[in-house]
Design a protein around this ligand. Structure first.
Ligand code: PLP
Length: 288
């Protein structure tokens, strides 16, 4: 099949399997809380040559997000089976992505809704090779938010992405490709859909994950690749000054993978094309 694949889980928290749905058909009702309240979670997984990348890490994060939202625990084997069924149902392409969507379901029903969507990915060659322009945006809260206000669900991959999308539009208004959030107390956090990585004093570093940011599967894979290649890695408190003095910086995420940052707020900065190329080759070579 060359059109997108859509599979609806019969019960996303039970071992009941899934049904294929035509890609242009609806899977949710008007009263589904995922639609009316953004009350649900999702994952986006890269598929390279038919292999879902970091699938275990994505399924673990789905369960973690569900726990933070007090949703019924997703039935991991049912989701895993649907992921492979979606891949099997599509012609093999070099790069595709799979989206897992898991909502609280129809209001009052207590039964969650879940589906799996697969389609070929866009071509990110330009972003991966030439780099991206990034602007720093105030996230409006302090780096302690995960402990001071856990009900804000920072660190869960929720369906409430209107703010993230607004930040990307703000970046575009400022002539940039993407944004990087900074906490009110001055620490680098993450992008609206990506983590930030710096090469600083010979190590590969990323902001600590207890700052109310998503623990990224791509960042974790890159840390593994870096360690194999002899780069020390660490989770640190990082500031915009660290970003400016880093000799290389990237926004990293599933699907786009590692995009080198070539300017921050209009100020050009160096990119390391060779290292970026080997990071992206390492990501594409993952076998699980
Ligand atoms: N941070 C946010 C807010 C995201 O939405 C994402 C992914 O979409 C990431 C980080 C990167 O996570 P991953 O590498 O698992 O795709």
């Amino acid at each position: 099949m060359t059109s997108p694949v859509l599979l609806l889980l019969r019960d996303p928290s039970g071992a009941t399997g899934h049904d294929a749905v035509a890609a242009d058909q609806p899977v949710a009702l008007a009263t589904d809380l995922g639609i009316t309240r953004g009350d649900g979670i999702f994952e986006t997984i890269t598929v390279v040559d038919g292999i879902p990348q970091a699938l275990d890490a994505h399924l673990t994060r789905l369960a973690h997000s569900a726990a933070l939202l007090e949703l019924p625990r997703p039935h991991e084997p049912a989701w895993r089976e649907a992921v492979f069924a979606a891949i099997d149902a599509h012609d093999e392409v070099a790069e595709a992505f799979i989206k897992l969507v898991y909502s609280r379901g129809i209001e009052g029903s207590g039964v969650p809704t879940g589906w799996v969507w697969l389609q070929p990915s866009a071509d990110f060659t330009r972003e991966r090779t030439e780099g991206i322009d990034v602007v720093l945006l105030d996230r409006g809260y302090a780096s302690t938010i995960a402990t001071t206000a856990p009900w804000l669900l920072q660190g869960a991959k929720t369906l409430s992405y209107a703010l993230n999308r607004a930040a990307i539009r703000e970046a575009a208004r400022r002539g940039a490709d993407d944004a990087l959030f900074v906490s009110t107390d001055g620490y680098l956090l993450e992008g609206p859909t990506a983590n930030v990585l710096l090469r600083l004093d010979g190590r590969i570093v990323t902001p600590k994950t207890d700052l109310g940011i998503l623990a990224g599967t791509t960042q974790q894979s890159i840390f593994e690749i870096a360690q194999v290649n002899g780069y020390p890695t660490s989770y640190e408190l990082l500031t915009p000054a660290d970003l400016m003095r880093a000799d290389a910086a990237w926004l990293v995420s599933s699907v786009r993978n590692a995009a080198p940052i070539r300017s921050v707020d209009g100020v050009a900065r160096a990119i390391d094309a060779e290292l970026t190329q080997s990071i992206n080759a390492g990501l594409a070579a993952r076998t699980a």
